[in-house]
Structures are given as C-alpha cells and as structure tokens.
Design a protein around this ligand. Structure first.
Ligand code: GDP
Ligand code: CA
Length: 314
C-alpha cells in the first residue's frame, strides 16, 4: 500500500492488529486514533487505558498474557496505598504509575492530552503517531439495571457482569477532534477500524463531532476487522453487549453496525458462511484467519486488511 494509514483503535484487539500493521507498512506512515472513553482519574492520576495498551504493545513493554500493563511489573506502590487505606480496585503497576505520573504532570501544566501522549510515545520509541481522538473530556457511561456506571466501575470494578441497557458518551457533543485527527482521516490512503469493541472502543471515537461525518464522506477505502468470531468476542463483553443492545452477535451484526462507514469487513474463516449476507449489504467480505495469537498471525491479518484496502480502491 502507498501512502498513509489511519487506524481507529480501542485496546487489546487494536494493539495486536497494529503490531501486525507496523510490520507491513512503514510505522511513520501510520496514525492511530485512540479511544479515551475508558479514561479515568484515580489517585489523582490521569489514566488512559486504551492509549497505554496500544503504546505498551507497540514498544515491547506489554504484558502479553494480560494484554495490558507492563510485563513483569510490580505493585509496591499500590500495595502500600492499600495498606494505608486507599481503595485499590483498579490495578496499577509501579512502572505503569510512572507513566501516569508523567502524563498527569504534563496535563496539570496545561498541555493537551495529545501533546502529552506524543511526548511520552516518542520517549518510549513509538514510531507511529498515537493520537487520542480528542483532548476534551469524553467519558463512556454504561446504563444498567443498577443505574448509570462510570466505564471502569462497570468494566473493572464489577467485572463487566451487568447487562448493558445503553451507553452514553459524556462530553462527546462538545468535544473537538484533537489536532490532526480529521486531517489524518481525510488524507489517508486507507482507514482501518481495528478489531475492537464497536460500542465502547470505536463508539466513543465516532461520537466526536466530525469523525463520523469525515468517514461517511471519505474517498479512501475503509476496512473493519470483525472483533466477533463465531458469534463470540475473543475477550471482553462485546458479544453480550451486541445482544442486549438489540444487535445480532456475529460478524454480520458488526457489518450492520458499520454500514455506510466501511467498504470491506475482514471476517474469520469460522464465519465464511456469513460472507454472502455481508456482501448483500454492499460490504465486501474478506475471509481470513483473524485470531491474533502470535506475531505472524497479527501480520497476516494486517496484510489481509490492507490488501482489501487495495482491492476496494481499484
Ligand atoms: P479493550 O477491550 O479495550 O481491550 O479493547 P478492544 O475493544 O480493542 O478489544 C476487545 C475486542 O477485541 C473484543 O471484542 C475481542 O473480541 C477483540 N479481539 C481481541 N483479540 C482478538 C483477535 O485475536 N482477533 C479478533 N478478530 N478480535 C480480537
Ligand atoms: Ca478499552
């Protein structure tokens, strides 16, 4: 593929896909539009879980088993906080806390999140551009039978067990795209929506005014990779969330959610039988091995998505 690539990204699924993408295109040509709906303030620190999962994965610091956090990290700071009576429901490793300190201090000085992210990413050696979708406050709120929950309260605090009745992106209406976000979408040779949760990872990105509009009007091909394989999410609550929000939990359901925004959907071999129904929506279905178990599989999936971009372009 010639030209630049923009990838709309959540956390773990996106990070693994991006690892493959950076092996097949020059990293300097890639812009990552990151989700900030998961962000939280805890112990006075600004934590951006999805940006950090992407950053750690692409710079080699990731804890591969968990999919997030720093490999081999210790929790001495959190253990002490707990001993001293602080609530410790959100796990933060020591090295991780170091990053949050560096980020929070920059924000406290008045730097926008995008600038703080760029500096930290550069210091960790990331060669792609990692852009939070907005510098403004945007928070995912999960509506449940027990009332409205802040995202991390729902996800980590309560182990994403509540049935999701609805979602809101607090602050989204007034949020402005971070500098470079709309330009990246307009000027890219291809756009990929990573295999991420369509509602809570991609949803907040699309909720920032301008993003969806630019995607609808795009001239570049846009390819999504299905996070749903054989009717299930490979991790996290995506499948249950699709059902409770009135969608079919399948690659076809994903295709319907992204209708009008994508030219092609990469689906797993296990879902090959859904291809005709997806094609009937006017979306090209590309069948590939989408299980990103290792570096080779991640690279293969990235290649399949980018080849599809070339195909729909022609
Ligand atoms: P997170 O929840 O913030 O980590 O972020 P994501 O939304 O990026 O990741 C969760 C989604 O990624 C889930 O819906 C998973 O099904 C999907 N996912 C994770 N690993 C894989 C994989 O190997 N292949 C595919 N196709 N999807 C994956
Ligand atoms: Ca996330």
């Amino acid at each position: 593929m010639d030209g630049s690539l923009t990838v709309i990204a959540g956390g773990v699924g996106a990070a693994r896909f991006l690892q493959g993408a950076l092996a097949v295109v020059p990293p300097e040509t890639v812009t990552i539009l990151g989700n900030v709906g998961d962000d939280l303030a805890i112990y006075g620190l600004h934590v951006s879980p999805d940006l950090d999962t992407v950053l750690y994965t692409l710079t080699g610091w990731i804890d591969e088993d968990k999919g997030w956090g720093v490999r081999g990290d210790t929790s001495r700071a959190l253990d002490r906080a707990r001993e001293l009576g602080a609530p410790a429901w959100f796990w933060l490793g020591d090295l991780d806390i170091g990053l949050h300190l560096a980020r929070t201090e920059r924000l406290r000085r008045g730097e926008p999140l995008s600038a703080a992210t760029a500096e930290i990413a550069e210091a960790l050696g990331l060669r792609a551009r990692l852009l939070p979708v907005t510098d403004d406050r945007l928070r995912t709120i999960v509506e449940t039978d027990d009332g409205d929950l802040e995202f991390q309260e729902y996800y980590v605090g309560r182990g994403h067990r509540d049935v999701v009745r609805g979602l809101r992106f607090e602050g989204a209406e007034g949020a402005r795209p971070a500098p470079g976000v709309l330009e990246a979408l307009r000027e890219s040779a291809a756009i990929v929506i990573a295999p991420s949760n369509p509602f809570i990872s991609v949803g907040p990105v699309l909720a920032v005014p301008g993003v969806r509009e630019v995607l609808v009007e795009r001239s570049a091909p846009c390819i999504a990779v299905s996070p749903i394989v054989a009717g299930e999410a490979l991790r996290g609550p995506a499948a249950g969330m699709m059902r409770s929000l009135g969608h079919e939990a399948s690659a076809l359901g994903v295709a319907r959610i992204y209708g009008g925004l994508i030219d092609a959907l990469v689906i797993d071999e296990a879902d090959a039988a859904l291809a005709p129904d997806i094609e009937a929506l006017g979306i090209h279905a590309v069948v590939a091995d989408t299980i990103m178990r290792d570096a080779a599989a991640r690279e293969g999936l990235a290649r399949a998505a980018l080849d599809a971009a070339g195909a729909v372009h022609a």
